[in-house]
Design a protein around this ligand. Structure first.
Ligand code: ADP
Ligand code: MG
Length: 348
């Protein structure tokens, strides 16, 4: 078990800095997801924790010990990669045992550890197969088995599910989570997929362009995004953003949408953030024209037009409306988020 502390870590490749002084602490036994768009520095940060990438400035500590100059093999960390990185000419058992063999572990101990990992992952019947004879999900499990046999203090995952189809991703997501609940090993998991982050994490670290935008539990980020970036990144469908003004206690948009604003707001420009599922249909509400209607079965997604503004709504059940018709819309004013249009920071 281990606590990982990242303190003002910078990464530069030559003259180009890609991680700009990032600090975060991952508590013992915690499952932390690093999430952000492609190219924001997630893998670079993870690889610095693993020791696969030199740290330009700052420190990374594991259980209080600075590991900047500790070799990867001495960090007691195991990493699972997106492409699995299995040895094609070795069987499943040999792949899983490989690192133990290098470490000079006895044959009996190696066997016991491989059997144990195979049991945890449901790979018992596949131990003599080669990677080429496995499905994507099975290969992913072997890659995890290779990490488990080492009994590491920290698991690092870099987009481990990106190569799987949607259905298998959901299944493996649950398996990794169950694995963590069982082993309780400190885990840092990188993904660009906010759904993976929301469903798997104890805490999420949202990154953009080499900096951390916000750290919090999934629901903290959902309920109180610190800025427009996090607000737009977390949650699906994406939050609606409507530019407008606060005037005498009301939010007013150029297209004519009006909501009562929270008490104490000063007049001025703001961006209102409205989650699609906070938009309700009600015959008595403001009339908006239906541009697109998408029946999903249990719920219905609508794109509603209000002048230049479009509002996406996700409502429970079925909606009999057709494109071109007007529907009445209500929004609970307490569910609206407000942001500063210049800085992008949350106002309330
Ligand atoms: P992510 O994993 O979030 O998609 P990466 O950590 O892989 O992002 O990359 C972050 C940034 O660093 C990107 O702009 C990428 O082009 C750059 N980068 C990554 N590796 C190298 C390298 N070896 N040399 C130069 N730039 C790199
Ligand atoms: Mg990456």
């Amino acid at each position: 078990m281990a606590r990982v502390e990242i303190d003002r870590v910078v990464k530069a490749y030559g003259a180009v800095q890609v991680v700009h002084g990032v600090s975060a602490a991952i508590e013992d036994g915690e499952f932390v997801v690093l999430v952000g768009p492609s190219g924001c520095g997630k893998s670079t940060l993870l690889r610095m924790i693993a020791g696969l990438e030199h740290i330009s400035e700052g420190t990374i500590s594991i259980d209080g010990e600075v590991v900047n100059d500790v070799a990867p093999k001495d960090r007691n960390i195991a990493m699972v990669f997106q492409n699995y990185a299995l040895y094609p000419h070795m069987t499943v058992a040999q792949n899983m045992a490989f690192s133990l063999k290098l470490a000079g572990v006895s044959k009996a101990e190696m066997q016991a550890k491989v059997d144990n990992a195979a049991r945890i992952l449901g790979l018992e019947k596949l131990l003599e197969r080669f990677p080429g004879q496995l499905s994507g999900g099975q290969r992913q499990r072997v890659a995890m088995g290779r990490a488990i046999v080492r009994n590491p203090e920290v698991f690092l995952f870099d987009e481990p599910l990106s190569n799987l189809d949607a259905k298998l991703r959901v299944q493996m997501r649950a398996e990794i989570k169950a694995l963590h609940q069982r082993l309780k090993t400190t885990t840092i998991y990188v993904t660009h997929d906010q759904v993976e982050a929301m469903t798997m994490a104890d805490r999420i670290v949202v990154m953009r362009d080499g900096v951390i935008e916000q750290v919090g539990s999934p629901l903290d980020l959902y309920d109180e995004p610190a800025n427009l970036f996090v607000a737009g990144f977390i949650g699906s469908p994406t939050m609606n953003f409507i530019e407008g003004r606060i005037e005498r206690g009301e939010f007013v948009s150029p297209a004519g949408l009006r909501f009562s604003a929270p008490a104490g707001f000063v007049d001025g420009d703001v961006v209102a953030g409205i989650r699609p599922n906070d938009v309700g249909l009600d015959d008595g509400g403001a009339k908006l024209e239906v541009a697109v209607i998408e029946p999903l079965g249990a719920e219905t997604q609508l794109v509603l037009g209000a002048g230049d503004t479009q509002l996406v709504a996700l409502v429970q059940g079925r909606v009999p409306a057709r494109p071109g018709e007007a529907v009445g819309v209500t929004i609970d004013p307490r569910a609206i988020h407000y942001f500063d249009p210049i800085s992008g920071m949350r106002l309330v």
